[in-house]
Structure formats: C-alpha cells, structure tokens
Design a binder for this molecule. Structure first.
Ligand code: NAP
Length: 334
C-alpha cells in the first residue's frame, strides 16, 4: 500500500474508518465480524485506524482496543473527544458537543482506557464547541500532548479561520472533514489552509455514505435508526434524483477498469498528496475493493470527468439536516 504523511507518521494512503463497526448505518455487525474487518485491514496494509468516543458511545473504542491492542505498534491510532452521549429522561442517549477543558481531559482518559493504550497518536476535537473559544479547547489538548497522553492533535469539521486560530496555539497535524465527489465544502479554503500549514486532510465519508458505490439503490429500506435517514440527500425523492448521476459515473468507472467506489476514492487521492480518505465498511469484500483504489493510476481525463459528473452543482440536497448543519463551522455549511 502507498503511504502518505500525517504529521510524524507515515500511514497507508487509505485508512479505515471504524465507526460503522459499532454505530451509524443500521444494525451494526457482530463483534466477531468487526474483529474480522479490523484484522483484515491490518493484514492488507492499513496503518491508520480512525475511531471516536462518540461511536457507539464508547463501544467502538472498546472494540478497537480489544482487537488492536496486541498490534498497537503496527499502526497509527486516531480518536476524538469533545462529542459524546448523555442519557435523556426517556433513557435514550443523545449526542452532546462539549469542548470544555475539563471534559476533554476526562474524555481522553476514558478513551485511553477503552483503547487499552498509553497514548493516542492523533487526538481530534470532534466538533468545535462554539461556547468555548477554540484556543481553550486546543490549549487543553496541548496539555494532553505535554502529559504524553496523546502525540498529535487534529480538528474535525472546522473552517480555515478556526484551523488557523487553533494552529497558533498548538500545531495541528490533521483536519478531518467530510469530503467526496458529492461534498466539496473543504475546497472553499480548508484544503489549501491544510496544505499551507503542513496539516493532512483526512476525508471522512469518502464514499458519500455508500451513494458513490452505486450499490445503495433503495433508501426506503434503511433501518429506522440509520443516521442517513434524516439527511436531506437521503430523502427518497432527493436520493432518486441523485441516483441519476450514478449511471454515467458507473460507465466511466467500468471504462477505466475499476468500480464506482474505487473511482470515488481515486478521485480523492488525486486532490492532493495531503489527502487521506478513511472509508468505512462492515464487509471484507468491500474492504478489499476500497483498498484497491490506492493502487490505481487513472488518467487525468478520467479523474476530471468524475469531478464533472458529480459535484456540488449536480447533486441535489444539503448533506446535513438543520440541527447537524448548525454544529459544523460556518465555511463548511450545507
Ligand atoms: N469526524 C466526523 O465527524 C466523522 C463523521 C462521519 C464519519 N467519520 C469517519 O469516517 C469514516 C468513514 O465514513 P462513513 O462510514 O460515514 O462513510 P463512507 O466510507 O463514505 O461510507 C460507508 C458506507 O459505504 C458502504 N461501503 C463501503 N465500501 C463499499 C463498497 N465497496 N461497496 C458497497 N458499499 C460500500 C458501507 O457499507 P458496508 O458496511 O456494507 O460496506 C457503509 O454503508 C467513519 O468510519 C468514521 O471513522 C467521521
């Protein structure tokens, strides 16, 4: 597997997003299947594993810790704090953004314990808590670096301006934000700011939460708890409109000798040497298909055509529902 630079780490050009092994897209797979996927990724050369305290409200870090702790020296471990769960009066957990220094310190201790490790290689602020100056949250995280609990720092879903403010407090190693053919918001300024500051750009939901694979054709069958359900682009009528883009995209992939998922990931890898996509999957077959994108050397014309077919102008609908839109930093709106 080709490698890319993420601060002091050399990581596989494609990392593994671990979220959907515990959370997000309907009923999660069994812990045994989660273990198979993690170990197969490691065997296939993946050296960047991405989790968060939020995923499964701790369950994902516990899975990653249990399975990966024996292999800890072989990979770069990324996790996130500042967004977790609170139990409501009805007993239902809901997520809460909290970037206060004392919360971040506690989150980090909890993550270290669940991950069965002494140090997290890359620790992200999952969302900027707009009630707390970014300098205060990043200041608390820099104390965690000094204490040896985390090695480097990252931010998720921030604007270029917020990135620069944070970077002035402590060097930011990576920004993780949604980026794919159908979500181009980071192109506004964040990609360039990362390049300029020497930060990696970690692209989450690089397959547009399955849309770009061409295999999710009926969103009415999504589980009631699937987090895509409230997303405007996954509303049945909107999704049907967007699906029309997939036929020419699949043709382009076929002509180029790859699958739509691989073309989507190859497009991302060509947007800059500092871009590292982290697709997520519960399937061994999909895992190997996705990782195959790192070996593709597609002509410029194919990459350009892919970008012309699917982009902010051709896609219909916002990516998040209003409440979640309000949680991201302004330049990343929509
Ligand atoms: N920082 C943040 O706020 C944030 C937010 C969201 C996600 N993330 C990170 O980004 C990672 C990836 O994001 P994601 O899981 O949302 O999006 P994604 O990788 O764009 O999409 C995952 C979906 O695509 C499907 N899929 C993957 N490969 C496939 C293939 N070859 N063929 C058909 N279907 C395929 C998966 O289903 P199968 O299981 O069936 O393969 C799953 O439903 C997460 O795990 C997490 O680490 C971060």
């Amino acid at each position: 597997m080709h490698t890319r630079t993420l601060g002091p780490f050399k990581v596989s050009a494609i990392g593994l997003g671990c979220m959907n092994l515990s959370h997000a897209y309907g009923v999660p797979p069994s812990p045994e299947q989660g273990e198979r996927v993690l170990l197969a990724a490691l065997d296939a050369g993946v050296t960047l594993f991405d989790t968060a305290a939020l995923y499964g409200f701790g369950a994902n870090e516990e899975l990653v810790g249990r399975v990966m702790a024996p292999h800890r020296r072989k990979f770069t471990l990324a996790s996130k704090g500042g967004m977790g769960g609170v139990r409501g009066e009805d007993g239902v957990m809901s997520r809460v953004i909290d970037g206060r220094p004392e919360t971040l310190r506690r989150n980090c201790e909890d993550s270290l314990r669940r991950l069965k490790t002494d140090v997290i290689d890359l620790y992200y602020l999952h969302r900027w808590d707009k009630n707390v100056p970014i300098e205060d949250s990043v200041g608390a995280m820099s104390d965690l670096v000094r204490a040896g609990k985390v090695q480097t720092l990252g931010l998720s879903e921030v604007s270029a301006a917020t990135l620069r403010r944070a970077h002035a407090v402590h060097p930011i190693t990576a920004v993780q934000t949604e980026y794919s053919l159908w979500t181009r918001n980071p192109e506004i300024a964040v990609l360039d700011a990362c390049r300029e500051l020497g930060a990696a750009f970690v692209a989450f939901s690089p397959l547009a939460r399955a849309f770009l694979t061409g295999r999710l054709t009926d969103v009415t069958t999504l589980d009631a708890k699937d987090i895509r359900r409230p997303m405007p682009r996954f509303a049945p009528d909107t999704y049907a409109q967007n699906l029309r883009l997939m036929a020419p995209f699949a043709d382009l992939a076929r002509e180029a000798g790859c699958t739509p998922a691989q073309l989507a990931l190859a497009w991302l890898l060509r947007q800059g040497e500092h871009v590292v996509p982290i697709p997520g999957t519960t399937s061994l077959e999909h895992l190997h298909e996705d990782l195959g994108a790192a070996d593709l050397d597609l002509p410029d014309a194919v990459i350009r055509r892919a970008g012309d077919l699917i982009n902010q102008q051709t896609v219909v609908g916002n990516r998040y529902a209003p409440q979640a839109t309000g949680e991201v930093d302004t330049e990343n709106f929509a």
